[in-house]
Ligand binder design. Structure first.
Ligand code: 0A1
Ligand code: ZN
Length: 876
């Protein structure tokens, strides 16, 4: 078998033929759906006559092909496993094809497939070519007319993009609906859904007074779980009008929930398809975190209607054009609807753990990659989250007004087109008048930049000199990265007064908070009229996706923890302080020295607990210790066991030292009021549950009783799940076994709750987890075909650091076995699942060789392009 070949950005060629109109007819059948396509095709004026027509097409059985009504002779076209080439075509013509496909056999969940008996599609990035022969690339945009024919009883609901224009009965109990989408779109935004679905309907009046029908389609039993998604959708629609001037452009907007879905959701024009987990909520079944996630994903997909659909990507290298911008937009929406400091803290905590790790590993790539083998491997944290950080920097560099004008210009100038990242940044340069050429490097260079900062206060001249030195590590694609344009937002706080100092830089007064533009490898900023020795507060709000090193002492951090006027940086101080203590304890563990808890850290936590908190959710985040994964990111070589031991030691020490304060906090934040996903209630639950975590670390009977009572009360899933997790993770099997059984029996009918049941069992630190994973893989509720189950069980296990990284290598073997088996069903999921193995270079020699051996074992198998690309990069 030939090895899959990479595609390069530098090879981009515009399409020789465009499709202006696409008419499709689907006659649905699980084993042999018939797809008829009629395409109105034109040769591009720049393309030469005689240029062959190429159509992508995979896993299609071709039954008929004609041009302008004339069937093609057998020697007029050539077909291979990737597509169809027709040598001689006129300058403008109608192409008709008929193919057969088998949705029931589609376990990859790309193209047309079945989930719980219903038909649905996933076409991004290259799934449409598994539906019909087509120039399946985002720069070919057509108007679609789609007829769906199904069984009137099994598939009473037949949906596609746009508006329904015709429907009727057919012989043999069949019926049809025809849909038209007036907006030209690339094939990746096509969608079809057919099944026995129920719908919740609402309305929205747009800013210009148009009436839009909103529908959420679900399986009947989930009708009671759509309120939050619908409310979130309406808020997102209003927000996009108010903040970006973007109005919805069809008469209806539909969301469909499906159980089997590779990702979170998909922004198909007018017909968003969602993983059920990303849309369904109920207080009894979904946690606060799930409610927040649903709000964010509903908004994200809706925002794509402009940033992605009306203006789309020229090619898949530009993926971050739509994803980075849209993530930035959904993050801003959530920040505006809730607490902006909290949103930033949650996003940054995740980003610095997961994206930093990606950017430091063998699959690191720039926000705009230069090559790929399999594009589905590039729906990454770098493209999405770092892409959003880059857009946020852009906004901060040019200011909101110029950014908004740039966004208006972008949507106006490129409406209905497929464009590049240069087009987007160019609009921002135009409206701001700034030169953004150096800034473009953020899209071109991989790796996390590091900034070494140091400051000096000169008493005599009342000056503070801040020196910033930047470096970006070399990565596989870039041996000599160039300096970036980095916005460093900062302030100076009087160490004695505790007040923000007014900043004077180059003779200019800048208020108490300013953005430094770091462009050179090293720059010194001299602040004058600095009346007292300051403590700097740097990289406020995480103003750039970098690692910032500054030699803060514990005293500095304890000071910033309470005195920084930037809520984000108060949290940052808590994390840095905890990291200092953790690093000492990790060293002690490695050296076999007795661990001693740093009393200054305990005192700092006591101060936090004593002070009345304005924002409870932020306080909860400050009390949460850095995760093991985050701690690992700070180690040159990851010592899994030392990290776990050190973190557990800190948790227990804080629990013991501050037990009473935690209990007071717990009781003060308990409430019986009916559940609502309001910021106020979420903050209270979050604080209470962090406190419960510390109480359970003490393992005394009083704490256990509180935990058990919280579980038994069954007030809402946030509280129940936290209590159950703590019981299960406590290692007290007398407590955990009955609780797990009660929970599993109660929710056996609800797949989304069972996902939680799987994942909390395999995230416990106890050593027998591996056996539990094997046992649960055979559980009737588990299926390798359902991506949510794979993530809940195997994905969660691979994040369980002490158990996945067992020294006998059994954790690695289990994952590799699963990757090999899954690759035959769903390559996209298999490639994602193996990510933890690709990080082998971060570990000690023993683990390195065990992980490598598993990668080699995978590599020796017949593989999908997806897994092949991951494994080759990991070993390369
Ligand atoms: N564009 C979607 C995410 C998505 C991407 C690929 C998929 O299948 C390969 C599915 C969904 C989004 O950003 O939400
Ligand atoms: Zn997206």
């Amino acid at each position: 078998m030939s090895q899959p070949q990479p595609v390069y950005l530098s090879d981009y060629q515009p399409p020789a033929y465009r499709v202006t109109h696409t008419a499709l007819t689907f006659d649905l059948d699980p084993a042999r759906t018939c797809v008829e396509a009629r395409l109105t095709v034109e040769r591009h004026p720049d393309a030469e006559a005689g240029t062959p027509l190429y159509l992508h097409g995979e896993q299609l059985t071709l039954e008929a092909v004609s041009i302008d009504g004339e069937p093609l002779a057998d020697d007029a076209y050539r077909q291979n496993d990737k597509g169809l080439t027709i040598d001689a075509v006129p300058a403008a013509f109608t192409l008709e094809t008929r193919v057969r496909i088998a949705p029931e056999a589609n376990t990859a969940l790309e193209g047309l497939y079945q989930s719980n008996g219903m038909y649905c599609t996933q076409c991004e990035a290259e799934g449409f070519r598994r539906i019909t022969f087509y120039p399946d690339r985002p720069d070919v945009m057509a108007v679609f007319r789609v007829t769906v024919i199904g069984d009137a009883r099994r598939e009473p609901v037949l949906l596609a993009n746009g508006n329904p224009v015709e429907r009727g009965e057919l012989d043999g109990g069949r019926h049809f609906v025809t849909w038209e989408d007036p907006h030209p779109k690339p094939a990746y935004l096509f969608a079809l859904v057919a099944g026995d679905l129920a719908c919740v309907e609402d309305r929205f009046t747009t800013m210009s007074g148009r009436d839009v029908t909103l529908q959420i389609w679900v399986e009947e039993e989930n009708l009671g779980k759509t309120d939050h998604a619908m409310a979130s959708l309406k808020r997102a629609m209003r927000w996009d009008e108010e903040r970006y001037g973007r109005e919805y452009d069809l008469d209806r907007f539909m969301i469909v929930a499906v159980n089997d879905f590779n990702m979170g959701a998909m922004e198909n024009k007018g017909l968003n398809i969602f993983n059920a987990a990303a849309v369904l909520t109920h207080p009894d079944t979904a946690t606060d975190g799930a409610f927040q996630q649903v709000e964010g994903i509903v908004a994200h997909e809706y925002f794509h209607n402009w940033s992605g659909n009306r203006v789309t990507c020229r090619d898949w290298f530009q993926l971050s054009l739509k994803e980075g911008f849209t993530v930035f937009r959904d993050q801003s929406f959530t920040a505006d609807s809730n607490s902006s400091a909290l949103k930033r803290i949650q996003d940054v905590a995740f980003f610095r753990t997961a994206q930093f790790a990606e950017d430091a590993g063998p699959t690191a790539h720039p926000v705009r990659p230069e090559s790929y083998i399999e594009i589905t491997n590039f729906y990454t944290l770098t493209v999405y989250e770092k892409g959003a950080e880059v857009v946020r920097m852009l906004k901060n560099l040019v200011g909101w007004d110029a950014f908004r004008r740039g966004s208006d210009l972008y949507f106006e100038r490129f409406d209905g087109q497929a464009v590049t990242i240069e087009d987007f940044v160019g609009c921002m340069a135009e409206t701001s008048g700034q030169d953004l050429s150096q800034f473009m490097r953020w899209y071109q260079q991989a790796g996390t930049p590091e900034i070494d900062a140091h400051g000096e206060y000169d008493y005599v001249n009342a000056e503070y000199r801040l020196t910033l030195r930047q470096r970006t590590p070399a990565t596989a694609g870039q041996q000599a990265p160039e300096p970036l344009h980095i916005p460093v937002r900062m302030g100076l706080i009087g160490t004695k007064s505790g007040h923000d100092l007014t900043l004077t830089l180059d003779g200019e007064k800048r208020g108490c908070d300013t953005v430094l533009h770091l462009r050179e490898p090293e720059q010194t900023f001299v602040f004058t009229d600095v009346a007292e020795a300051p403590t700097p507060s740097l990289l406020r709000h995480f103003s750039a996706p970098v690692k910032l090193h500054f030699p803060y002492s514990r005293e500095d951090l304890a000071f910033l923890l309470t005195q920084d006027s930037d809520g984000f940086n108060r949290w940052e101080a808590s994390q840095r302080l905890a990291m200092l203590a953790l690093n000492d304890l990790i060293a002690a563990h490695r050296n076999g020295v007795e661990k001693v808890m740093d009393s200054r850290v305990v005192d700092a936590y006591r101060t936090l607990l004593d002070a009345p908190a304005a924002d409870k959710a932020v306080l909860a985040e400050m009390l949460r210790l850095p995760s093991e994964a985050y701690i690992a990111e700070h180690q040159p070589l990851v010592d899994v066991d030392a990290i776990h031991a050190a973190r557990e030691f800190v948790r227990q020490s804080l629990g013991f030292a501050l037990r009473d304060a935690f209990e007071t906090l717990y009781r003060a934040n308990q409430s019986d009021e009916p559940y609502a996903p309001t910021p106020e209630q979420i903050g209270r639950r979050s604080l209470k549950n962090v406190a419960l975590g510390y109480l359970m670390a003490v393992e005394d009977e009083a704490g256990i009783a509180l935990c058990q009572a919280q579980f038994d009360a069954g007030h809402n899933m946030t509280d129940v799940r936290q209590a159950l997790t703590l019981l299960v993770h406590s290692g007290r099997d007398d407590l955990s076994a009955p609780a797990l059984k009660a929970f599993g029996d109660k929710w056996a009918h609800d797949p989304l709750v069972m996902d939680q049941w799987f994942s909390l069992q395999v995230s416990r630190p106890q050593a027998e987890v591996l056996d539990r994973v094997k046992y649960l893989m055979a559980h009737p509720a588990f299926s390798l075909r359902n991506p949510n189950k794979v993530r809940a069980l195997l994905g969660t296990f691979a994040q369980n650091r002490v158990n996945f990284h067992r020294l006998d290598g059994a954790g690695y073997t289990l994952l590799a076995d699963a990757v090999i088996e899954l690759d035959r069903l769903n390559p996209e999921m298999a490639a994602g699942l193996m990510t933890p193995l690709t990080r082998w270079r971060r570990f000690d020699d023993t683990r390195q060789s065990l992980m490598r051996a598993e990668l080699e074992r995978i590599k020796d198998r017949p593989l999908s392009a997806n897994v092949f690309e991951m494994v080759s990069k990991a070993l390369g």
